[in-house]
Design a protein around this ligand. Structure first.
Ligand SMILES: Cc1cc2nc3c(=O)[nH]c(=O)nc-3n(C[C@H](O)[C@H](O)[C@H](O)COP(=O)(O)OP(=O)(O)OC[C@H]3O[C@@H](n4cnc5c(N)ncnc54)[C@H](O)[C@@H]3O)c2cc1C
Length: 490
């Protein structure tokens, strides 16, 4: 069998000599989506087998900071005295989803997100009801709530009342994803899902009607056939580790020097789904970033290009700022600060960027950076005049980070691609699915027996320029549950 096995060539059922295993629901991948699907399918009474290529579960989710996007009045928000409305969360997520927004999906997630919060708590996840106001990627301690996107930034704040919606389980620092996965895997195992580790799904098995009835899986070096009576659920993550797929579908993500994912983010779930007739959409999109804060004082600086001109409101989420560099990879970018924030030069920054120049005056800094004479001084004078009046007529940067930079000396950090900073990225494109997780073909028809969730699908996160932390894990866990339920026949 092995020479012919390819994700783009499903095995015909009549070629199956014997089933290695039979189950109701067969899930590929034990990350956030797969574990959520397994729990829900078990709760529905289905027999569940999960095949996981790695020797342990967790996937990329276990590497993540663990922010989950919840709002509209969660118990954590209420305990922190934060007011939020589902309608504001809906408006915000529609803006965050950009030109490819899927309104029905956003509505489905928002309307059910409070019940989904409760579901995660039922699985054993605890959220500490403490809100940290500073501009952060994640809480440093085990506090449960931060702003995790562009909610307080122009134009979002004018169209949706801002509220912090980034929720993290009670783990320190970046440990939120690992805690989430420990919790979900323990719940799945308690409920009786059977996990086969070091078992890699290779292709689907289809019957004469084109229904997916199982998978070919490599176990102990052998290709084995597993029968799924109810359905197969593809939850194998995205494709940031597959350079050929990136070159084919999302070439700008090849510019990243920091692929955010686990080694199995090779797009196998997407390719198996495509092989069975599924349509992949939005494949060019992804999250790109320059994690330039903390320190949060960096947000008070001005970001200029090689012409000495500002390019963005510097109080935006790091993904929005990173988009500027990915859009102009050959351009120079510098973050300019004044002496009030010079302590930023003493601490290693999160994003790995370095000091490009220091100048006693802005003219000296400009010369050090080889910018066109007079441009940076002009940019700064214009910025300072308006910032002193609490305004930013060009980009609408908001207080509290809108402050005149009028305390020389000045310093500039190199934010250019190739300048030493980290530019993380992961993919958003994937299989087109119904809200119940059925994989759809190019005509929008469901492929019988085939379901998917998480980064194997094009889910809630659809636009790098608007992305907020938490949208991916929120999507993977919620729509993982939906796919698990549908495969179990609910
Ligand atoms: C450092 C970092 C920080 C992040 N922070 C956040 C955050 O705070 N909030 C947020 O929302 N998102 C965050 N993300 C993104 C987010 O973690 C992922 O997009 C999301 O967790 C993906 O979940 P998943 O279930 O789709 O995939 P995964 O969690 O990657 O699970 C997929 C599983 O499938 C397995 N697999 C793959 N191929 C096969 C195969 N052929 N056969 C069998 N098994 C297979 C993999 O081994 C893996 O275990 C972060 C990512 C990183 C790397």
């Amino acid at each position: 069998m092995s020479s012919k096995v390819s994700p783009s060539r499903p095995l015909r059922r009549e070629s199956v000599e014997s089933w290695h295993l039979e189950t109701d629901v067969l899930i590929v991948g034990l990350g956030a989506a797969g574990a959520s699907a397994a729990i829900t399918a078990r709760d529905a009474g289905a027999e569940v087998v999960v095949v996981e290529a790695a020797s342990a579960g967790g996937g990329t989710t276990a590497l993540a900071g663990g922010q989950i996007y919840f709002g509209g009045g969660t118990p954590t928000q209420k305990a922190c005295g934060i007011e939020d409305r589902l309608e504001d969360m809906f408006q915000y997520l529609m803006l965050a989803s950009g030109p490819s927004a899927d309104e029905a999906r956003v509505r489905e997630y928002v309307d059910n997100n409070l019940a989904h919060f409760d579901w995660l708590v039922e699985q054993g996840l605890e959220f500490k009801p403490e809100y940290v106001k500073a501009k952060l990627n994640n809480t440093h301690g085990d506090e449960g709530l931060i702003y995790s996107g562009n909610e307080t930034c122009y134009p979002y704040d004018e169209q949706a009342r801002p509220a912090p919606r980034g929720h993290k389980g009670k783990a320190k620092g970046e440990g939120g994803g690992a805690l989430l996965m420990d919790t979900l895997i323990a719940s799945a195992e308690r409920k009786g899902a059977w996990v086969l580790y070091e078992a890699r799904a290779l292709t689907s098995i289809v019957d004469e009607q084109g229904r997916v009835v199982g998978l070919v899986v490599r176990i102990d070096g052998e290709e084995r056939c597993i029968h799924a009576r109810g359905g197969v659920v593809l939850c194998a993550g995205g494709f940031i580790m597959n350079r050929e797929m990136l070159a084919q579908h999302a070439p700008r993500l090849l510019l990243s020097n920091f692929p955010l994912g686990n080694p199995n983010d090779t797009g196998m779930g997407i390719r198996i789904g495509q092989g069975a007739g599924g349509c992949a959409i939005n494949m060019h999109e992804g999250f790109v970033s320059l994690p330039f804060y903390p320190p949060s004082c960096m947000v008070e600086g001005i970001l200029v290009n090689g012409k000495g001109q500002r390019v963005v409101a510097e109080d935006v989420y790091h993904g929005r700022l990173g988009e500027e560099m990915f859009a102009a990879p050959d351009e120079k970018f510098y973050m300019v600060i004044d002496s009030r924030n010079f302590e930023a030069m003493e601490k290693p920054p999160l994003g790995g960027y370095s000091v490009a120049a220091v100048g006693e005056t802005i003219e000296e800094l400009e010369a050090e950076l080889a910018l066109p004479p007079g441009m940076l001084a002009h940019t700064l004078a214009f910025f300072n005049e308006h910032a002193a009046a609490g305004q930013d007529p060009l980009f609408h940067k908001r207080p509290p980070y809108l402050k005149p930079l009028d305390q020389p000396p000045y310093a500039a950090f190199d934010f250019s691609m190739g300048g030493g900073a980290w530019f993380p990225a992961f993919t958003f494109g994937g299989l087109d699915t119904s809200l119940d997780g059925e994989v759809l073909n190019a005509e929008g028809e469901a492929i019988a027996g085939l379901f998917a969730a998480g980064r194997t699908t094009c889910g809630l996160p659809r636009w790098g320029a608007g992305y907020a932390s938490g949208m991916s894990i929120g999507d993977a866990t919620y729509f993982g549950r939906k796919a698990g339920a549908a495969a179990a026949g609910c």
